[in-house]
Design a protein around this ligand. Structure first.
Ligand SMILES: C[S@@+](CC[C@H](N)C(=O)[O-])C[C@H]1O[C@@H](n2cnc3c(N)ncnc32)[C@H](O)[C@@H]1O
Length: 190
């Protein structure tokens, strides 16, 4: 992918006090800005997140989506969400929380709304088996132009699952971001 200077992305602050909602345990503000940039560049028609936690990363994804697109975010644990505790500069109307495991719910969603390009943010259970299960639940539906974004991609378990996937793909485009926890991106080719 090439970018020219007219495509430089301006990242809006989510809230003046966004730092308060960044627990430091999950996606950091820098990583949130990377998610925002990726969504802005890829312009997905559908967006899915595995691992909502308190919704901080959902907020970054949602804030960059084009009009009419929602982020469907999955987590079997229903924690308080950041948007229930504060008002942000961005809408949260385009965030749909699914209180279930990603692998249980995503297949059915993809069958009913698999028109256009998909962006998946994978940040759920980080064991190798957990990431493999998440990947396997979307792999049959992957098509050219879809994007997979892995968080905690410095973890050995995530790297192993990621490497197994790219060995099965034809001509994937790969991007890496050297953040505190690591972000790896796969764009599906032919
Ligand atoms: C690292 S946290 C997610 C952080 C969040 N993405 C953020 O940065 O704001 C991982 C979350 O994945 C959830 N989780 C664990 N197994 C899951 C599964 N099978 N499907 C979806 N979420 C899962 C956990 O409950 C936890 O809330």
């Amino acid at each position: 992918m090439t970018m020219n200077t007219s495509e430089i992305i301006t990242i809006p602050p989510l809230a003046a006090n966004a730092e308060e909602f960044n627990t430091g345990r999950w996606v950091t503000n820098d990583e949130g800005a990377i998610l925002y940039s990726l969504v802005t560049l890829m312009q997905p028609d559908n967006c899915f997140e595995c691992g909502t936690a308190n919704g901080y990363s959902s907020l970054w994804l949602a804030s960059a989506l084009k009009e009419g697109v929602k982020v469907h975010t999955f987590d079997p644990v229903n924690r308080p969400k950041v948007w229930d505790e504060a008002s942000f500069n961005v809408t949260t109307d385009n965030i749909v929380f699914h209180c279930e495991k990603f692998s249980d719910g995503i297949g059915g969603m993809l069958v009913t709304c698999n028109e256009g390009s998909n962006l998946f943010f994978i940040d759920g259970e980080h064991s190798q088996g957990g990431v493999i299960l998440d990947i396997e639940s979307i792999e049959p539906y992957l098509a050219k132009g879809d994007t997979l974004v892995f968080h905690d991609a410095n973890d050995r378990s995530v790297i192993k699952a990621y490497l197994k996937l790219i060995a099965r793909l034809n001509n994937p485009e790969l991007f890496f971001f050297k953040t505190r926890r690591g972000i790896k991106v796969i764009r599906i080719g032919e």
